[in-house]
Design a protein around this ligand. Structure first.
Ligand code: ADP
Ligand code: MG
Length: 508
């Protein structure tokens, strides 16, 4: 169905159905209560931004992305145990990257003492856009027919980034996919070929499996549970809570506790003599032994004040399975992604048959160092003309950190050159544009849009200490997907921060 041909009456009908579905299924963002608000009746949530009709996406690229996820999982599982590789990255980032250096120093302390847990859990997300090299159509919206042609001919799948830490969006994506399948089923819109999404169930299964592998509590009188670290005043509880609720519905049920990163961890957690992680919801309650630390906080530098550092250190040295470990967290730095794209690096890490498959998804990326590539990066980044078509990225997560196109030269000139090593320079991906209608409580966008596919993956592995392979992989799965759409002129993508909307692909 061509969205530009929808009349107002039809749009209104879809909107009224969307609203009821979103409210009924928690497709919402929470409005945190302030103390003042508690006195009065106020809205506590609003629907999260969505595309009112699924956006067409090439079927072959969608399934290719799902197919290669286990290769990417395996690569990042291996990287997570390749300490010398990670260390070389940290050295290359240099002192300029205080955040990476801080995380690395926590790891050094853990390593010195020796780890007591060799099992690790990972929940990953590999993000892609379609790249179409039709340079004459760049930036221009094409007709629906041309868009479909571009999707089918000469389009490639290109990786935006690979996330290893606190991957969000699985629940929202799952609910919005279900919503569009429901709307299509009732003929409320006429979208075709909407794939199923099993993101929530897959993540729950991965946690359930890791919880089982953790085994019995050291003291038979203790219960075990999962601990989810969260950010304070969280607006995104509807993405996190359903995982907790689904775990409670498992047989046997698994309890998950939420704890704020930093101070609250220090107040409620402690280590037993054998470093079991003990959690007390309040001072009088019995200690609960934590099987898995599921990190949904601790990715922003401001979270690492002294309390934050102490909290992360306690979690890392504990016997709980970390989802993920600090090394796995560091493997997700954008600097690692850039290194992997350098000639010869991937070859050392994955079997030959995987090299070309993974490499095909990479776009050129450059470091700011003294190598030939580094010199090229400086040349591009200092010239407004050449910088156009590039993104400058620090190794940070959470959105809003990148510098785009012509802003790059002025940005770099304004900071000392010693700090440039913190950044990587990435060529831009150029997706074909299509027409979309995106709604959020802030505004409605009707016009050219770009979509982004995220493929979720889960892993469970054990680090071997003696001889043979360093890693034994116990679980490696593709775990559903996220699909987001944004107006063409928006650079960032973060639905929670208002940059884009959840959507469902209509497979072509
Ligand atoms: P973050 O950690 O902030 O999510 P990303 O690397 O995912 O960092 O970049 C944020 C957004 O910027 C992406 O979701 C995408 O929309 C856009 N973006 C990033 N890299 C590129 C690129 N090479 N080409 C085009 N857009 C990009
Ligand atoms: Mg991103």
């Amino acid at each position: 169905m061509q969205v530009e041909h929808l009349d107002e009456e039809h749009i209104e009908k879809i909107l009224s159905e969307l609203e009821d579905y979103q409210i009924s299924h928690g497709s919402l963002l929470k409005i945190p209560r302030t103390l003042a608000d508690c006195e009065s009746v106020v809205a506590v949530a609003r629907p999260i931004g969505v595309s009112i009709v699924p956006t067409i996406f090439p079927r072959h690229l969608f399934y290719h992305a799902l197919d290669i996820q286990t290769l990417f999982n395996e690569l990042y599982i291996k990287l997570s145990e390749d300490e010398s590789f990670i260390q070389s990255i940290i050295q290359r980032l240099g002192e300029a990257d205080g955040f990476a250096a801080k995380l690395w120093s926590i790891w050094e302390h853990v390593r010195e003492e020796g780890e007591v847990q060799r099992l690790r859990c990972g929940i990953f997300r590999s993000d892609y856009m379609i790249h179409h090299d039709g340079s004459n159509s760049r930036g221009k919206e094409v007709t629906a027919e041309d868009y479909m042609l571009q999707c089918l001919m000469g389009s490639e799948l290109k990786q935006v980034e690979f996330n290893t830490y606190s991957c969000a969006g699985a629940t929202h994506a799952n609910v919005v996919a279900n919503m569009h399948r429901y709307l299509a089923g009732k003929g409320i819109h006429k979208a075709l070929h909407l794939p199923t999404n099993n993101a929530i169930r897959s993540i729950v299964e991965a946690l359930q499996c890791a919880h089982r592998e953790y085994g019995l509590p050291a003291d038979p009188n203790r219960e075990t549970a999962i601990l989810m670290t969260v950010q304070p005043n969280n607006v995104n509880i509807c993405d996190e809570r359903p995982i907790e609720y689904a775990l409670s519905e498992c047989e046997p049920p698994i309890t998950l506790y939420r704890v704020e990163f930093g101070n609250e961890i220090m107040r409620t957690c402690s280590l037993a003599p054998n470093r079991e992680l003990l959690f007390r919801p309040d001072a009088e309650s019995k200690a609960i032994e934590i099987s898995i630390v599921y990190q949904r906080a601790g990715y922003e530098p401001h979270e690492y004040d002294q309390q934050g550092i102490d909290a992360r250190y306690m979690l890392e040295r504990s016997r709980a399975i970390k989802c993920p470990t600090i090394l796995s967290h560091l493997a997700g730095l954008k600097k690692v992604q850039q290194e992997l794209a350098s000639p010869g690096v991937l070859e050392r890490l994955v079997p030959p048959e995987a090299v070309s498959v993974l490499r095909q998804t990479f776009v050129p990326q450059y470091p700011f160092d003294t190598s030939q590539e580094g010199i090229r990066a400086r040349e591009i980044a200092s010239d407004k003309h050449k910088a156009e078509n590039h993104v400058l990225k620090p190794s940070l997560e959470g959105g809003g950190n990148n510098i785009y196109d012509q802003d790059i030269p002025d940005f770099l000139r304004a900071i000392p050159e010693e700090q440039w090593s913190r950044f990587v320079l990435m060529e831009k991906i150029h997706p074909p544009l299509t027409h979309g209608i995106l709604i959020s409580p802030i505004d409605t966008h009707k016009g050219p849009v770009i979509c982004e596919l995220g493929v979720l993956g889960t892993g469970l592995w054990r680090r071997n200490e003696q001889g043979g392979e360093k890693v034994r992989i116990i679980g490696n799965t593709t775990a559903g997907w996220t699909f987001k759409t944004k107006p063409e002129d928006v650079q960032e993508m973060s639905v929670v921060k208002g940059y884009g909307c959840f959507d469902c692909p209509s497979l072509l």
